[in-house]
Design a protein around this ligand. Sequence first.
Ligand code: F0G
Length: 464
Amino acid sequence: MYSPMQFNTIIEPFRIKTVERIRLSSPEERENFLQNAHFNPFLLHSEEVIIDLLTDSGTSAMSSEQWAGILRGDESYAGASSWLRMEKAIQDLTGCPYVLPTHQGRAAEHLLYTRIGGPGKVFISNTHFDTTRANIEFSGATAIDCPIAENRDPSLLHPFKGNLDTQQLEENITRHGAENIAAVILTVTNNSGGGQPVSMANARAVAGICQRHGIRFILDACRIAENAWFIRHREPGFETQSYRDIAQQMFALADGCIMSAKKDALVNMGGFLALRDLDLAVQCRTVLIVTEGFSTYGGLSGRDMEAIAIGLSEVFEPDYLNYRIKSTAYLADKLHALGVPTMRPAGGHAVSVDARAFYPDIPLDQYPGQVIACELYRLGGIRCCEIGSVMFGKYDAEGRLIPAAMDLVRLAIPRRVYTQSHIDYVVEAFGELVRRRDQKTGYRIVYEPPFLRHFTARFAPVEG
Ligand code: F0G
């Protein structure tokens, strides 16, 4: 009797139809590029980069179906067929009747959080993404992060490290008063720590608490398909359910959602806000028309909306999601085997390296995460992002650095862009980084702007 062979190799479940050239720079060229960028990878030009792991946002490769949709895009100002397809795809997935298109996620955040926020209001989340926090604080409201304690320990294994701490949620509701809580926001997956998942049990518990207190419950759903993979494979009772069904169950718990389509809708630009409450939707829609565009396109072209409608279906294909999560874990496992300390277990869209543990001798005010980012670029032209004391550090009254809670370096994996050999190349660069691990000095900041300094700060090496 013929029995099918079981393969261990996770292949990319696509063929490559169009290619984009990667310019292979020499180490000498890269040293120059890095100096010109003031040792800040954000200031590098993309052509100077070989493997770009700065973000998974807006960097996906679109499918031939999506490109075909781009040609079909209906650019009518009002009531375009592409809009109707996008609206229906979102209504079917989220169960929310009122959909507002926006040019990206933060525009949707701005519409909603300025409406329901304002001075005296409080938002509670497993972790607010930085644009989420910025929009909330911009309205005059306060944003409080309540991740479970396990989230703060990089090496501790936990199946749903992205969960919200429900006890802390209850305490905050008592402290601030339910009437002052503008919303509870569950970010799935939880971007901090490289995309740690949230369990359905946690989402149900949060929804239950919100319902009891009459508090609005919003999902930040930009990586909800990846989150559904973790639920199916880690949470009892979901083994036989489809990824899309799992996502729909989570959406059903919430009063609305925000999504940056630049992640799990597999497009380069776009986003939306979807709500169940007509009154709130009408208020947000009024601002949408003033600031983004008419309510049937927001800030989007018809072709963008067409590609979103198709991407929202493709992202739930089992072969794609399996490849996606397993190829992120492939990188994490290889780094772990090399002895590189990472946030464990691997998340969905990224691997986070624990720079403090990697370079224990480099003082925190010399930014060990920045050292990893610069060294990886020098060694292999690999660009990644420091998520630590450069991004979140503050100063005390004497001008001394107050470091961030963790110094992580995020290797974010663009969707359907890099093959296993690209990832093997990254692993090889890390092998060399491990061999040169005895570094004791890092960088000092020689210029920084007052806000969001990581984007434009300039650095200089500290002489050892
Ligand atoms: N929410 C989360 C959880 C995000 O990760 C992002 C973007 C946004 C909202 C904002 O969406 O960029 O379309 O305006 N994250 C990107 C990243 C920038 O690199 O993680 P946007």
